[in-house]
Design a protein around this ligand. Sequence first.
Ligand code: SF4
Ligand code: SF4
Length: 322
Amino acid sequence: MPGLKKFLNGLLKNREGGMLYPKNKKSQASRNVAYIELSNVCNAKCIFCPYPQIAESDKNLQNMSAEIFAASLKKAMELGYSRLGFTPTTGELFANKRWAEHIAAALQQEKIKSLYYYSNAILLTDENIEKILALPNQQKIEKFCFSVGGSDAATYKKMFAVDKFEVVKRNINALCEKLKKAGSHLKINCELRLPRHDMTTQRTAEKTFNQAGYVNFYANIVRIFDPIGGLITENDLDYLPIITDKVDPCYRLNDIRFDANGNVWMCGCVVSERPGESSLLMGSLTDTNEHIQQKRQAVFAHWRAGEIPSACQPCRLYKAAK
Ligand code: SF4
Ligand code: SF4
């Protein structure tokens, strides 16, 4: 009975780790993401984001070094991840001048099947657009996403707290125009984050940021935000409802995040690393894969025993792993 043998081997394997851990129900590798944070430095101060508070804290803000990137990519693949996210929890991808070189290296790995990122497009210069066009194996790119604050300068400034609307409008339009000219299939998502009562439509978003009519451009409107465990209290924003039922571990615990400083975390969402919050920190790149696996399995076991990590307790992005 090969099935029974596999089951018993699985039990032995877990016991060798020192403890029998329950398996997360939603642990198919293909659904999980390994986030690689090429930079934790940002050039905006969005009112829905804890970055302004993080920038004031003692967090080490820097671009990921080439050595840490190589070690992160290697570890992600060793741990079985085939889908990468280059969106930092807080930070801007293009702040790292070697971003394209690193993403190209990831796209060239046979074990990496797909990747995506979010950027605020402030540094989506013509030089960076050319780098996007030159990336290899573009069929592995799920989408490139750009996050903007509304479709006019005043709303943008309110949401992103920097005066960059005309810059991002130019940049995203220039990208769409060049992708159209190149006959590209690259999917571009543009997410407009809006304050309460702002009725900007998808159609307006398309007309503002995709004047060339690139066919693989999609606009989304985001009007609901996470208060990040109480850090964000803007009156002009609407928030996700509080979630009280968290019996099952969150499915995002299957994600892993390699931060710019060489630390390894569970979950890649912005809530997971707030100032003074490290309950989802699993270790560093110098730890063995076994150590990291044991740490993450312990978080699942503790959750099922009723001990929810402090990062997850107030989190409204929670979704049960079912
Ligand atoms: S939401 Fe993104 S762009 Fe805005 S401050 Fe935070 S990290 Fe920067
Ligand atoms: S509850 Fe929130 S912080 Fe915890 S794993 Fe889920 S998304 Fe991340």
